[in-house]
Design a protein around this ligand. Structure first.
Ligand code: PLP
Length: 379
C-alpha cells in the first residue's frame, strides 16, 4: 500500500471559473464566440501582441486549421521534429502532406536547426517547430532558413504559452502558432486550443475555416447581409462555457506561472547534484530563453533504468510518465519510410525520458517526497 499519493496531473480551479460559467449560462450564449470567447481572444492578443487569436476546440484543431490556411496539397512536404505529439504531423498528413521527420537537439530536445537546411526541398511547404516543454527553439536560425527558402513556419506552441525566445513571446515568430488548453497544460479548459495568427492576411480565411467554411463571422459583424458556404472548413469553435473556464484561468496568469516556476526550481535544485553523479540529464534552458514552466523531466541513462524508475515511483504512490515515441518508427511513420537509425537522438531520448508530477495543485511537501524517493532510487 503506497504511503503517499502524488498525481502526475491534477486540474484545479484557480479563480472565478464557476462564477464565469454561471455568467455564461445567464448570458444566454453558450455556443461559440460568445462574450467569454471574445474576452479570451482580447486577452491573448493584448498579452502576446498578436494581430489575431482564435480559440479552437483543441491544439490539434488549430494545427488542422493552419494546414488548411497554408493550402497544403497532396505531395507537399512538411518538416516536423521527430519528437512530438502525433497532432503536429497528423494535421498536415490529413491534407495529403508527406512528413519529413527531423531529429532533435540533445540539450533542449527541440528540432535541430543545424539539420534543417539539408531537409528542405522544392516541395517543402512548411516547417513546424515545437517548443518542447515550453523552451524556445532556435527561432533566429529557423526563421532565416524558412525565409530564404520561402517556406512557412507554423509554431506548435502547445507547451509554450508565455515562454519567450530572446525577449519575444513563443508563438509570435511564425505565420501562425497553435496553443493547447488541454487539462495537462498550464492554463486549461479541459480540452481546448487557440490559433495565433501573425499575418493579418490570413485572418478572414481563418474565421471562415473555423466556422464550417462559412462567412458567418462577417455576417455577425454586419459586413454581409446573409452568410453562406464560401470555402472548406469545419467546426472549430469551443462553447462559451469552456471559454468562461479558460478566461478565469488566464486571469490568474501571474499566480499560475509563479507557482509553476517555484515548483520547477524546486525539482531542479533538489535533483541537480544527484543528476550529476548518476549520469542523469535535467532540462536545459539557454540564457536567451524564458521557459513557460510547462513540465519537469529527467533523462535516465538507459531504457531499463527508466522503466524501473517509473515502476519504483508508482509502487510508492508517485505517478510519473514517459513521453513521445519516435514518430518515424510509429506504424504511420514507417509507412512514410521511417526506419531505425533515422533520428538517433529522438530514439535515445524517447527511451530515457520521465516526466515528473507537475501541475497547478502540486505542493512543496509532495515535491519533497518525490525528490527524496528519486534520490533513494537504487541504480
Ligand atoms: C506538442 C503538442 N502538440 C499538440 C498537442 C495536441 O494538443 P490538444 O490535446 O490540445 O489537441 C499536444 C498534446 O499534448 C502536444 O504535446
Amino acid at each position: 500500500m503506497p504511503e503517499i499519493n502524488v498525481d502526475f496531473n491534477r486540474p484545479i480551479v484557480v479563480g472565478n471559473e464557476f462564477e464565469y460559467i454561471k455568467q455564461a449560462v445567464e448570458n444566454g450564449h453558450i455556443s461559440g464566440d460568445g462574450p467569454f470567447t471574445k474576452k479570451c481572444h482580447a486577452f491573448l492578443e493584448k498579452e502576446l501582441g498578436v494581430p489575431k487569436a482564435l480559440l479552437t476546440t483543441s491544439c490539434t484543431h488549430a494545427l488542422e486549421m493552419s494546414a488548411m490556411l497554408l493550402d497544403i496539397q497532396p505531395g507537399d512536404e512538411v518538416i516536423i521534429p521527430d519528437f512530438t505529439f502525433v497532432s503536429t504531423v497528423n494535421a498536415f498528413v490529413l491534407r495529403g502532406a508527406i512528413p519529413v521527420f527531423l531529429d532533435i537537439r540533445p540539450d533542449t530536445l527541440n528540432l535541430d536547426e543545424s539539420k534543417l537546411e539539408a531537409a528542405i526541398t522544392p516541395r517543402t511547404k512548411a516547417i513546424v517547430p515545437v517548443h518542447y516543454a515550453g523552451v524556445g527553439c532556435e527561432m533566429d536560425s529557423i526563421m532565416d532558413i524558412a525565409i530564404s527558402h520561402n517556406t512557412a513556419v507554423v509554431e506548435d506552441n502547445a507547451h509554450g504559452l508565455f515562454g519567450k525566445y530572446k525577449g519575444k513571446y513563443l508563438g509570435t515568430f511564425g505565420f501562425m502558432a497553435s496553443q493547447s488548453f488541454h487539462e495537462t497544460k498550464n492554463f486549461t479548459s479541459g480540452e481546448g486550443g487557440a490559433l495565433l495568427i501573425n499575418d493579418p492576411v490570413l485572418v478572414e480565411r481563418a474565421e471562415i475555416i473555423r466556422e464550417k467554411g462559412t462567412n458567418r463571422s462577417r455576417f455577425f459583424r454586419g459586413q454581409v447581409d446573409k452568410y453562406t458556404w464560401v470555402d472548406i472548413g469545419s467546426s472549430y469553435l469551443p462553447s462559451d462555457i469552456l471559454a468562461a473556464f479558460l478566461f478565469a484561468q488566464l486571469e490568474q496568469r501571474e499566480k499560475i506561472q509563479l507557482h509553476r516556476k517555484q515548483a520547477w526550481e524546486m525539482y531542479d535544485a533538489g535533483l541537480k547534484d544527484w543528476a550529476n553523479t548518476h549520469d542523469v540529464q535535467l532540462p536545459y534552458v539557454s540564457d536567451h530563453c524564458e521557459q513557460s514552466y510547462h513540465m519537469f523531466y529527467v533523462l535516465l541513462p538507459t531504457l531499463e533504468l527508466r522503466q524501473k524508475m517509473i515502476a519504483y515511483l508508482r509502487e510508492r504512490g508517485v505517478y510519473s510518465v514517459f513521453h513521445y515515441l519516435p514518430l518515424h518508427l510509429s506504424d504511420m511513420g514507417q509507412s512514410f519510410g521511417g526506419k531505425i537509425g533515422d533520428c538517433p537522438v529522438t530514439e535515445r531520448v524517447s527511451d530515457q525520458l520521465i516526466r515528473l508530477p507537475f501541475h497547478n495543485a502540486l505542493t512543496s511537501g509532495e515535491q519533497e517526497q518525490v525528490i527524496e524517493l528519486i534520490r533513494e532510487f537504487p541504480f
